[in-house]
Write a protein that binds this ligand. Structure first.
Ligand code: FAD
Length: 423
């Protein structure tokens, strides 16, 4: 039985692994000339480690990813350093990555607000009943249960930052999933996510999976006894691209399925990675939660080398500044220098000593498909993995709901698709 997989991200590779183990002949078509998809990385010749294009880490609860890594015999290369996540209050940064730190955070005072914040957090961590939560928005639910002040200070900045114009429409199950599935312990792979993706691809190749790089698929057509991918015949095909691309690849899908794919909303992302000759956060903070209202020109500020050692990058420091944006936002069309000009004043707010000459190099990475937007009653919008076209399957970030997208859930859905394809 011949199977084609479109996309060599972690979803596609995980599916290939299981299908090959089950005896299928597997070919992966990957448009880029590297594996790893959205979690891929890059490397300067004199660095020992790669750096992800978009900041990435694992949570200690990422059981699908960590389980796969164990099966592959690579667990010794997973590390969990102890980085600091901080939150801004009155111009000061406060560590905010444990229950104790959250309780000590002065932003909510030490009275009723703190208690409401704690109780809401506890409830969301303990309940498994997410279905009723998808019927309401984060905005409505949090205002009611956490209270206006707690919502505005703690939760609203997060939803605004992630979903911009859609923030009032995002359902509460999304917030539940975030709190449920995340830990304060953060992990990575020795050598970076790209090192892991390359090792995984090597294992797949050793098992006779064919991975074709630079092989963009333009269309998938139904044939009498199978499917044709660029003129080549396969019994089954799994697509792991965005819903939009899936609709373009296979216009033969029924009208209602295509409409469902095209109606799914998502945010894009623009992320600048900077190589600095000095550390930006002298206190060694890794992840800065930046409230939109504080006027930062980006949502995410992440000093990667406060998570992994700068020694892997010849002693230099890696910083990310990025944002989730609607496709077409002006950041998508600015040059690196123009973007740096917008971003640089904000770096001085973290470290007043910062000067532009600290910046040795910049890279800017853009994607239109970075973060699916889950609306109220979203479960009824999720396309089935098995599509109405015989032998055609679809597994993307938009279908891991109620979980938020992440490599852990890419592995889970890839393996789920592989199982369905064997039926
Ligand atoms: C800013 C940002 C931060 C993130 N942070 C984290 C994090 O900290 N931790 C975490 O676990 N996850 C994180 N993620 C999410 C994670 O990157 C994704 O969930 C995961 O990589 C998705 O894997 P996938 O295989 O489903 O899709 P993708 O990685 O998107 O793979 C799809 C592949 O299909 C290929 N493709 C597309 N069209 C075609 C075509 N026509 N022909 C052939 N190939 C094609 C693409 O090139 C790509 O390689 C982050 C994502 C972003 C954008």
């Amino acid at each position: 039985m011949k199977v084609a997989i479109i996309g060599a991200g972690f979803g596609g590779m995980a599916a290939a692994y299981d299908l090959r183990k089950a005896g299928y002949e597997v070919t992966i078509f990957e448009a880029a000339d590297f594996v790893g998809g959205l979690a891929s990385g890059f490397k300067e010749p004199h660095w020992d480690w790669t750096v992800e294009k978009f900041y990435h880490h694992w949570f200690a609860s990422d059981k699908h990813m960590l389980g796969l890594i164990e099966e592959l015999g690579l667990s010794d290369d997973v590390i969990f350093p102890r980085p600091y996540t901080v939150l801004l209050h009155d111009g000061e940064w406060y560590p905010f990555d444990s229950i104790i730190k959250a309780l000590l955070f002065p932003g909510l005072g030490f009275g009723l607000n703190k208690i409401r914040f704690g109780l809401v957090g506890l409830y969301l961590r303990l309940t498994n009943n997410w279905k009723p939560l998808e019927k309401v928005t984060v905005d409505e639910w949090m205002r009611k249960w956490a209270g206006e002040e707690v919502y505005q200070q703690m939760w609203q900045p997060l939803v605004i930052g992630k979903f911009g114009p859609y923030y009032k429409d995002v359902n509460m199950a999304w917030m539940w999933a975030r709190l449920k599935a995340r830990t304060t312990k953060l992990g990575t792979f020795k050598g970076g996510f790209q090192a892991f993706a390359d090792r995984f691809a090597e294992i797949l190749r050793d098992q006779s999976v064919e991975i074709r790089l630079g092989a963009r698929v333009e269309s998938i057509k139904r044939e009498q006894d199978g499917l044709s991918v660029g003129g080549e015949k396969f019994d089954k095909v799994l697509v792991t691209t965005s819903p939009n691309l899936m609709a373009k690849l296979c216009p033969e899908l029924p009208e209602s399925f295509l409409k469902g794919l095209l109606e799914l909303k998502s945010m894009g992302a623009v992320v600048m990675a900077l190589l600095l000759k000095q550390q930006l956060s002298e206190k060694g903070y890794y992840w800065f939660n930046l409230p939109k209202g504080e006027g930062f020109p980006f949502l995410a500020l992440v000093e990667h080398t406060n998570f992994v050692s700068p020694e892997h990058f010849d002693g230099d420091h890696i910083l990310y500044a990025g944002d989730y944006l609607v496709p077409g936002h002006e950041y998508f069309s600015l040059s690196n220098d123009e973007l740096l000009e917008r971003f640089a004043p904000a770096f001085k707010r973290i470290n007043p000593e910062f000067e532009l000459d600290w910046v040795k190099k910049t890279w800017v990475f853009k994607t239109n498909y970075a973060q699916p937007v889950p609306l109220v009653n979203h479960s009824k919008n999720i396309p089935d993995i098995k599509t109405p076209v015989e032998g055609l399957y679809f597994a993307s970030m938009s279908q891991v709901y109620p979980w938020d997208r992440g490599t852990n859930f890419a592995v889970e859905i890839g393996r789920k698709a592989a199982k369905l394809m064997q039926k």
